[in-house]
Write a protein of this length. Structure first.
Length: 307
């Protein structure tokens, strides 16, 4: 049984919880590759996808995972809701729960919003990304994708490149990879590396070539312009020259390297199109694996007994 009632962050999971999720995802990956991709596992459950911030992959992936598990699904987008008329988060959620909803998958721009909700409503909460804090299912699917590609995560050297300061993907990945026994390095402009990073036992490198020479896996992150209130580097062109991954750089390394990206990609900024579709890239595998991992999370959280 998983050790948490809600999935609020990787921080709260044990190594055993993560292993259980990844192991359970193997079963669901088999299911979604069968001609009949659906199982009746969550037939009696109603799940709401509550998105207060834009999403393509995470929202569709959760919705597909819920439908593959036969749950009833309702979707809520803040932009078309009564939030614009002044309704609070708690009132919105309590009104939805009054319709007998069992589980809430939530994305919110404020760090801690899913934690706040989990203490005030009687439903299981899954964090689908809270501000620059955590994105636990992204980290789980990233770890799962590394495990499928390289056999295991333990002992692997994983590089995270880009806007570490504003990235919930980076923080959740650091927690998850370290719990699974990987070494983690971050690379980017010094202004986009948070000051607390070394307390997380993470290596820091500002030279992309040196960082790429060190790692087995490079996870290329997008610059989160929507979370930047000031300029952190002179121009996107300069950022791309120093921290973008292109074919010339990749080929000059002359090594096996697994390239990942959580999406959405800004082609030509952090990664060129040819690298994104190259044999090194597992970007679309991450998306496929995401459905299986989210099925595993939904299944394990739904079936956890009350304390
Ligand atoms: N990776 C990720 O969270 O993508 P979306 O913002 O499209 O959900």
């Amino acid at each position: 049984m998983i050790g948490v009632k809600h999935l609020l962050g990787i921080k709260y999971l044990s190594r055993e919880d993560i292993d259980l999720i990844l192991h359970t995802a193997d079963t669901f990956l088999d299911v979604i590759n069968r001609p009949i991709k659906k199982v009746p596992t969550l037939r009696d459950l109603t799940i709401v996808n509550l998105f207060f911030e834009n999403s393509t992959r995470t929202r569709l992936s959760f919705e597909l995972a819920e439908k593959r598990l036969s749950a009833d699904v309702i979707n809520f987008a803040a932009s078309s809701s009564s939030i614009s008329k002044g309704e609070t988060l708690i009132d919105t959620v309590n009104n939805i729960l009054a319709m007998k909803v069992d589980m809430v998958v939530m994305r919110h721009p404020k760090p801690g919003a899913p934690h706040f909700l989990s203490e005030r409503v009687n439903a299981r909460i899954i964090n689908a990304g809270d501000g620059a804090h955590e994105h636990p299912t992204q980290a789980l699917l990233d770890a799962y994708s590394i495990r499928r590609k390289l056999g295991e995560v333990s002992g692997k050297k994983v590089l995270i490149v880009g806007d570490i300061l504003h990235s919930r993907v980076a923080l959740s990945n650091i927690f998850c990879l370290q719990k699974l026994g990987a070494e983690v390095m971050v690379c980017g402009p010094p202004t986009l590396i948070p000051k607390y990073i070394e307390q997380l036992n993470v290596k820091v490198e500002t030279d992309l070539r040196k960082a790429l020479n060190w790692c087995d896996v490079a996870n290329m992150l997008r610059i989160q312009l929507e979370r930047q209130d000031i300029k952190y580097f002179p121009s996107l062109r300069e950022y791309t020259m120093l921290y973008g991954l292109n074919r010339n750089l990749l080929e000059s390394l002359n090594k096996e390297l697994v390239i990942m990206h959580p999406g959405p990609i800004n082609r030509g900024v952090e990664i060129t199109s040819d690298v994104a579709v190259s044999n090194h890239s597992i970007i679309l595998d991450q998306v496929e694996n995401g459905v299986a991992v989210r099925m595993a999370v939904l299944y394990l959280i739904a079936n956890r007994q009350e304390d």
